[in-house]
Design a protein around this ligand. Structure first.
Ligand SMILES: *Cc1c(COP(=O)(O)O)cnc(C)c1O
Length: 394
């Protein structure tokens, strides 16, 4: 099997698995218990907090553990909006192509009277900082923009956006789930006030993540209960998950530069190999994208059929995001960069990691070429296009 769907989830690293098992076996106390066995678990959680803070340039007291990226996104947004309400501010700025953990939270807030501006990301999938500057109002209580997009991999000018927010004294949240562990993230240099991350996107376990909240930012708890995480997140800590996440992140951070260089080289080989397919196009900026992200649209085919046939050949890939696949609506991300419905339906996302080899990449290229040609062979849309009843777009 060739796994090329690392944006959906990653395989746990050996270190992450070993840490998880060893904590489950020998360190299963409750961190809130006062006896030694509990305190050992508490120490494990605090060591993990230090490691995680170090990886993003934060102070350990600014890290709060959550059940993953979605919870962290929800908490960051709801906290800022609650704080805004206290200050008479109810306007939030985000982008059209955020993850649904952000977009659906904003949708819910709109029903409660919140005003939301979604910035355009243009054809290359990148926000224009001047658009943010123009959108900020006296009533803006939050700007939330993703670090890197989960479907098309484009990287946002986070530092510049953060600088604008700082100048206007507006809290800046970044969904960095696709970035942390893959590209350098520095909450101080990047002017970030709140950040979300998730372990299973950087070779850690599923169901655990964290939120960074800069000193002075007020987080509200989503869950009522005990005083864990200094009152910001009730519930007994997921000690094995937290310890395992910290090891996974430390390892990803240590190998980041080397891995990114290797993965980028193979990503570019993939892009070159797939660009040869007629009436195809790369989605998102060619340079300002995650090292491992390749996203294409092929005219005249259905992405779902392409995925099934690639699966038959042992290749795991994705069309749109895992959250939207299964629905017939085309991806909101592809629509946001101007792909029309027909074109957006023929999409393919390959997200590779350091385990992939050059031979794997060449096998993917030849498989995609063959499968696209095969599917076009009996596609009524393709026939309309080639016989001139419909205009080619790509
Ligand atoms: C995966 C992902 C999330 C959700 O994280 P979970 O830990 O799966 O809840 C949020 N945002 C982005 C950009 C993601 O890729």
């Amino acid at each position: 099997m060739i796994y090329a769907d690392n944006a959906a989830t990653t395989r746990m690293s050996e270190t992450a698995v070993n840490t998880l098992i060893s904590v489950m076996n020998g360190n299963w106390g409750n961190p809130s218990s006062l006896y030694m066995h509990g305190q050992k678990a508490k120490e494990t959680v605090e060591k993990a907090r230090e490691k995680i803070a170090a990886a993003i340039g934060a102070d350990p007291r600014e890290i709060f553990f959550t059940s993953g990226g979605s919870e962290a996104d929800n908490q960051a947004i709801l906290s800022a909006v609650a704080q805004g309400k206290r200050n008479g501010r109810n306007h939030v700025i985000s982008t059209v192509f955020e993850h649904h953990a952000v977009l659906n939270t904003l949708e819910k807030l709109k029903k409660d009277g919140c005003e939301v501006t979604l910035l355009d990301v243009y054809e290359n999938g990148i926000v224009h900082p001047e658009d943010l500057e123009a959108a900020i109002r006296d009533t803006t209580c939050l700007v939330t923009v993703m670090y890197a997009n989960n479907e098309i991999g484009t990287i946002q000018p986070v530092r510049e956006l953060g600088e604008i927010c700082r100048r206007h004294k507006v809290p800046f949240h970044v969904d960095a789930v696709q970035a942390v562990g893959h590209i350098p993230v520095d909450v101080v240099g990047d002017n970030i006030d709140m950040l979300s991350a998730s372990a299973h996107k950087f070779h850690g376990p599923k169901g655990v993540g964290f939120i960074y909240a800069k000193k002075g930012i007020k987080l509200s708890s989503l869950i009522e209960g005990g005083a864990q995480e200094r009152g910001k997140r009730a519930g007994t800590e997921n000690v094995p998950g937290i310890a395992s996440m910290a090891e996974a992140l430390a390892e990803s951070t240590e190998k980041m530069a080397e891995n990114a260089q290797y993965i980028t080289k193979l990503r570019n080989r993939l892009i070159e190999g797939l660009s040869v397919i007629p009436h195809s196009a790369l989605n998102g900026d060619a340079e300002r994208r995650l090292p491992g992200n390749v996203s294409f649209c092929f005219e005249g085919i259905e992405g779902e059929s392409l995925l099934l046939l690639l699966d038959d050949r042992g290749i795991c890939a994705s069309s749109g995001s895992a959250c939207t696949s299964g629905s017939l609506d085309p991806s909101h991300v592809l629509l946001s960069i101007g792909r029309v419905h027909d074109v957006a339906h023929g999409s393919l996302r390959l997200s590779i990691d350091e385990e992939i080899t050059e031979a794997d990449v060449d096998y993917i290229i030849s498989s995609v070429r063959e499968v696209v040609e095969y599917l076009r062979g009996f596609s009524p849309i393709w026939r309309d296009l080639t016989e001139g009843r419909k205009q080619f777009i790509l």
